[in-house]
Design a protein around this ligand. Structure first.
Ligand SMILES: [Zn+2]
Length: 751
């Protein structure tokens, strides 16, 4: 396979409205891919409509993007992001809402008063930002506030008045609850049960606040623009009002509609106010229309509100698709169910109707996901011209998700062109092509083991399970071995899983480490011999010997970055990444953590750009190495040894026999140093490399194991030894043993 370089984003995903449910895609990625495509004003298709930001960025690049979106909430988000109302409309919308009369009160005051609590310090009446609940209890156990009178702020114990207030609202709950689901489904609807169940994820107070707001909406005489702004604010409140807010926030991205054991009940009025800043994006607008309205050739978004299967006649007749883009969906029962609920609240039953299946289905497994993806991919095969590329992003990658997507695409006949993976925290980037590729029809039983072994050898160090799994999936996809036509998807996925388990456990070639980069799933390395199936062991040293040029990935990345810094003064991070990623494409993409560990070791950051430290300029390092050589010779002489230099190594000898060997490095190329060293060798590194050396050991548990057999010391230790007035062979050994290379500090980025 022709592995493409990973395309890094320019900045992290914007934490905007409903961001906990939308794919977290870095900005700039799709722009970079489209600049390679180089067909401005051509038509793109996003068959999933799962990521409004992605579509918007593509349209801003001058492309016309056809999006199928059947989720009314994502469709609304897309329209809002494309042409947001002016900031003043949002402010005015909230003011209009707050000014509605509720009895003698204004609605704003009425809703805020639901959250009255007294400050623990000054006893003044204030509004709580949130109450904290334990699942299943009928009263909160704590409250969170910021007192505007005395400044006291934080989580405080609950009072009897707070409990009383929460219970009082619950007394009228049944009425509000039935109003809430009547907005979503009709009384005699067979889906009524599911709607009721979904609404269980709202406590009485937020449900009262939300239904009170929603019931007043129709009475408000607002312009279309202001109504859109108000709807957008209420949508934020609808999400803030449910119980899917774990406290402390352990899972910021819920997938299942389930109430955490401890959760926050947000102040709904404050959520509306916070919505103002969430929507406060003053970006240029992009034309956004619903099919069949036309959009300009200069770019825009055309939303197709039907299903992909109904699109064929549209596309074939008048919309020539140049490429497909999209964030591949993964099951999100929480968002899908809530979307149906919110659509009913905001727009009524008719808006829920086409999406009602989301209420009914409560269990989404990976086989379901693969089946759904497969039918989408098959439609793409039918409606696209031959040879069209599909740039797909798979955020929050995990093995089952990738198996599901690879199997679905392979079964639909899309051919896999490239896979680029950075870490489990970044979206995987895949390119498929609409073409029947000749599959290798490899029926070799070892296909998976060979692919994994080959990947580990190329990498030269252990890899996280996600990488191993992906390397295996690629081989299976290329061999057409993911699913045969008679199989159902659940059977195919099970078979693939069994193959992986068997390949990794049944074969002595691989060793599992429980630490290292990617600790969630452990690390996998190759073992020395069939005997060493468990416990720490080396990574295929026999194979390394066959081809000594193979160095570990982290050593190679270190060399590449230092070479770059030597050639380019004032490199900015993005340039360094841009230089690096094409050299380490596909599954070899270095993590940001590794890049920063190397940069911090060799360079200094000054007004945004990285420069080699003075002591790390090549000439300075050479001089320093020579000083170290002289120093080792001098210490040797004092201990009664003669020093012999052979290649890069210094040997202390006594009566012609080598007693100690020194391998003095200017780098942290530890894997390379280990290949040159025997257990008698002391590896000497500059102090400036200590943190990088520690980082590499944390990242690669097999390196730690191997280094245990050697002494690793810093230049400074040898310099200090020279100052010791009486140096004996014993004190030398003691001193050498007492120079641990410190663990890397907690501030280092592991990924
Ligand atoms: Zn106070």
């Amino acid at each position: 396979m022709d592995f493409q370089p990973y395309i890094p984003g320019l900045k992290p995903a914007d934490p905007g409205p409903l961001s906990r449910f939308l794919p977290a895609l870095e900005e700039g990625v799709i722009s970079a891919w489209l600049s390679q495509l180089d067909k401005p004003s051509a038509w793109l298709l996003d068959p999933f409509g799962f990521s409004p930001r992605l579509v918007l960025e593509a349209a801003r690049n001058g492309y016309r993007v056809l999006v199928t979106a059947n989720n009314p909430i994502t469709r609304f988000l897309l329209e809002m992001f494309a042409s947001p109302p002016a900031q003043s409309e949002f402010t005015a919308a909230l003011a209009d809402l707050g000014a509605i009369k509720k009895g003698d009160e204004r609605l704003a005051g009425h809703l805020q008063s639901l959250y009255l609590t007294s400050c623990e310090k000054c006893n003044q009446q204030i509004y709580a930002q949130a109450f904290l609940w334990r699942k299943g209890e009928d009263a909160p156990y704590a409250r969170i506030y910021e007192c505007s009178h005395c400044g006291d702020a934080g989580e405080r114990i609950i009072t009897s008045e707070d409990i009383e207030r929460a219970r009082k609202i619950a007394e009228t709950d049944a009425l509000h609850r039935s109003r809430a689901f009547e907005k979503v489904v009709a009384l005699n609807d067979e889906d009524r049960f599911y709607a009721e169940e979904a609404i269980q994820h709202y406590l009485p107070r937020p449900l009262y606040a939300l239904t009170t707001i929603i019931n007043r909406l129709d009475g408000l005489n607002l312009s279309a623009e202001r109504k859109r702004a108000l709807t957008a604010l209420i949508l934020i409140a609808c999400d803030a009002g449910n119980t899917l807010w774990a406290h402390p926030a352990e899972r910021p991205r819920p997938k299942q509609l389930s109430t955490p054991s401890q959760f926050r009940e947000h102040n709904v009025w404050m959520a509306l106010e916070r919505g103002l800043s969430l929507w406060a994006e003053t970006s240029s607008t992009v034309p956004c229309e619903a099919w069949p309205t036309k959009i300009p050739e200069s770019g825009g978004i055309l939303i197709y509100e039907g299903r992909l299967r109904d699109l064929a006649h549209v596309v074939k007749k008048e919309i020539p698709i140049a490429a497909v883009i999209g964030s591949v969906p993964r099951p999100n029962q929480a968002f899908w169910t809530l979307s149906a609920l919110w659509a009913g609240w905001l727009w009524g039953k008719d808006a829920v109707e086409p999406y009602k299946v989301a209420l009914r289905r409560r269990r989404y497994d990976w086989a379901w996901n693969a089946t759904a993806l497969h039918s989408a991919f098959k439609r793409l095969r039918e409606l696209l011209p031959e040879g069209v590329s599909f740039f797909a992003m798979l955020p929050e990658p995990e093995p089952a998700y990738l198996t599901s997507a690879f199997t679905a695409a392979s079964a639909a006949g899309l051919s896999l062109q490239s896979v680029a993976l950075r870490t489990e925290h970044d979206p995987v980037q895949i390119v498929w092509k609409n073409e029947q590729k000749q599959q290798t029809k490899n029926t070799d039983a070892d296909i998976l083991q060979n692919a994994i072994q080959e990947y580990l050898i190329t990498r030269g160090e252990p890899a996280s399970y996600l990488l191993i799994h992906t390397a295996g999936l690629i081989a299976l996809a290329e061999a057409g071995a993911l699913k045969n036509p008679e199989m159902e998807f659940d059977e195919a996925l099970r078979k693939t899983n069994t193959m992986f388990e068997f390949s990794l456990k049944g074969d002595g070639r691989f060793v599992h480490y429980s630490t290292g980069e990617g600790v969630d799933t452990g690390m996998w390395g190759s073992s020395t011999s069939p005997q060493s199936t468990r416990g720490p062991a080396h990574i295929v040293p026999t194979l390394f010997r066959e081809s000594d040029s193979i160095e570990s990935l982290s050593d190679r990345v270190e060399i590449a970055i230092v070479t770059y810094l030597q050639k380019n003064q004032k490199g900015i991070y993005l340039e360094i990444e841009a230089d690096l990623y094409p050299r380490f494409a596909g599954l070899l993409t270095p993590s940001k953590g590794l890049i920063y560990a190397i940069l911090n070791s060799y360079a200094e950051k000054e007004s945004g750009s990285w420069n080699l430290r003075a002591e790390d300029l090549a000439s300075a390092r050479r001089e320093e190495l020579n000083t170290m050589y002289t120093l080792i010779e001098t210490i040797g002489k004092r201990l009664g040894y003669t020093t012999r230099k052979q290649d890069k190594l210094l040997h202390w000898e006594e009566s012609g026999t080598s007693v100690r060997t020194f391998n003095v490095l200017a780098s942290a190329l530890l894997r390379r140093a280990l290949q040159e060293s025997d257990p008698n060798t002391i590896i000497v590194i500059p102090g400036g490399r200590a943190a990088l050396a520690a980082y590499k050991q944390e990242r690669d548990p097999s390196l730690t194991t191997q280094l245990k057999k050697h002494r690793l010391v810093k230049y400074r230790l040898l310099r200090n030894l020279l100052e010791v007035p009486i140096l004996t062979r014993e004190t030398f050994e003691e001193q050498i043993a007492s120079d641990p290379v410190e663990k890397s500090t907690g501030q280092m980025m592991m990924f």
